[in-house]
Ligand binder design. Structure first.
Ligand code: GTP
Ligand code: MG
Length: 200
């Protein structure tokens, strides 16, 4: 598949602000600073489409990116939905509950068309919040892909044991986890194939 174009279509807090047009949605979930926005940029071949930052908490809204792709000469459109990260320590309790409301409202809307990409850090055992988020996604019956990001930070030799730790914590087969890096685009072809399988 080829990504032909991508643009920010809407930034939303509430349902009323979501784009009217329904399309398949690939949803990026994960801790703040894990690299969700960078991953989108890498997949759509744009340096600064999704705002990224060294300081966590950059993404505060639900950002809908409209992506135009081509699969075997067929034009396919979908959204990447970049969600604000969780687990960011420097937010107040009230901000945290606003966050949860926003995410819950989004996840319970248009459910049949979502593919949830949960991004974790390849270097660490998933956090308590990663586990809670994973459980929510499993219980809701979403199609889920776990991505072990920042793969450039560990040696190739160390990857299998890291994927095993992540797989055990999330109770999934480590072979189903995709190791990815937006620094060197490792795993990018696998992710594009996952998009293609989802859309076809
Ligand atoms: N080494 C390395 N750094 C990465 C990778 N992906 C992202 N980063 C860095 O991690 C930091 C956070 O990246 P973002 O893409 O803004 O993270 P995010 O998950 O969108 O964060 P929030 O918007 O706060 O939820 C930035 O400094 C990125 O350059 C990666 O694959 N490898
Ligand atoms: Mg972000």
């Amino acid at each position: 598949m080829k990504i032909k174009q991508a643009s920010l279509l809407a930034s939303a807090v509430k349902k009323q602000q979501y784009p009217e047009r329904k399309l398949p949605e690939i949803v990026l979930l994960g801790r703040s600073n894990v690299g969700k926005s960078s991953l989108i940029n890498s997949l759509v071949n744009r340096k600064n489409l999704a705002r990224t930052s060294g300081s966590p908490g950059k993404t505060r809204l639900l950002n809908f990116y409209l992506v135009e792709s081509e699969i075997a000469s067929n034009q396919r459109e979908f959204y990447f939905v970049d969600l604000p990260g969780y687990g960011y320590a420097k937010v107040s309790q009230s901000e945290r509950s606003r966050w949860l409301e926003m995410i819950e409202e989004f996840l319970s809307s248009r459910t049949d068309d979502k593919y949830c990409w949960q991004v974790v850090d390849i270097r660490h055992k998933p956090s308590e919040q990663d586990l809670i988020m994973h459980r929510i996604l499993v219980d809701a019956g979403y199609r889920i892909l776990v991505i072990a990001n920042k793969a450039d930070k560990v040696s190739r030799g160390a990857r299998p044991s890291q994927l095993k730790v992540i797989g055990e914590a999330l109770q999934i087969n480590p072979a189903e986890i995709i190791a990815f890096s937006s620094e060197n685009n490792d795993g990018k072809q696998q992710l594009l194939r996952a998009v293609e399988n989802y859309l076809t």
